[in-house]
Write a protein that binds this ligand. Sequence first.
Ligand code: SAH
Ligand code: SF4
Length: 368
Amino acid sequence: MYQKLLQKALAGHRLVRSEYRELLALEKPAELAALFQAAYQLKLRTVGNRVRLRGLIEVANYCAKNCCYCGIRRDNHAIRRYQLSAAEILEAAVLADRFGYGSVVLQAGEREDDEWVGFITEVVRRIKADSSGRLGITLSLGEQREAVYRQWFEAGAHRYLLRIESSVPELYRRIHPPDHDYRRRLECLRSLRRVGYQVGTGTMSDLPGQTLDDLASDIAFFRELDVDMIGMGPYIPHPDTPLGAAHPDFDAEKKLTLALKMIAVTRLALLDVNIAATTALQTLAADGRERGLLAGANVIMPNVGEVAHRKDYLLYTNKPGLDENAAVSRGKLEASLHAIGEEIAYEDWGDSPHFAARRRAERESVPS
Ligand code: SAH
Ligand code: SF4
């Protein structure tokens, strides 16, 4: 039965929500191998075998929010807070440029105050100017007013990642404090699209109490929103958080398999979007990101920041590569990607074909 679904997807027919659910339920090794292989085939056809790299810069770990799963939430007093200087960020961006990564991601905890908004605006402008426009810039800085998203877009950022975390409002409510609002997050995703960003979203898998139906809904949500990029990952408990303290135990292989299934079914459902093989996969297995690529992902975000602050940016525990500088991890990554038959898209912003197709359709629908 599941073979029929895989054939259906490979023949170019769209799967529906109940079929996502059916594929997510596969467990036997042979079934999983067939699922991952089909998703990989579809990836080769839609986005190819060239991995897109983005240099990740973890700009600051100050956060005004208190998400119940996250190690840098406001009420975690066990960590040292830091913010990189503009010079440190520019240095990391120059390194990404020199490595030929083509683009950078600026990620941080969430702040909406004017000082922060102005700082990011200036940093984005300087990265653009210093790289003579070569570097693409993705931001992952949480919920903001539309005017702020516009200001950062006009400064030169062109992609934005804002995970919905869970598309199921009831589950979203259970993993956030009462003042974190699902509807605002959704409204922010719509603002980002209105402003003109390529929009990325995503969810965590294996959250406490999450069902396969919830995960199938997440994939349906990605399609409904018609996003350009997906950054998903396994939820990994952090002991200094309310959710992590309440549910500390986990089975790494089971978590990894579920995360890989989400990647594969998302590829089969969304076809030509960019899908990241996130660092959280690598936390669960040394070759987690490579397995993500073989299950349908096509983006990797190697850290290009100084190692000095990495141990302070622990959203979850056992994050890998804390002592490894960008040059070392670059060498290892290149070797491991070549070993699995992937190539690297150097000197390229690496926008998703989905975005280009959407832009074409929008242009053609404008009456002349
Ligand atoms: N503050 C911004 C960006 C930094 S957080 C934002 O929230 O959008 C980036 C992502 O880290 C979040 O979207 C969340 O999905 C992920 N994350 C946080 N804690 C996690 C955990 N314990 N396990 C796995 N992913 C986690
Ligand atoms: Fe802050 Fe993002 Fe962590 Fe939530 S997930 S506490 S917004 S850094």
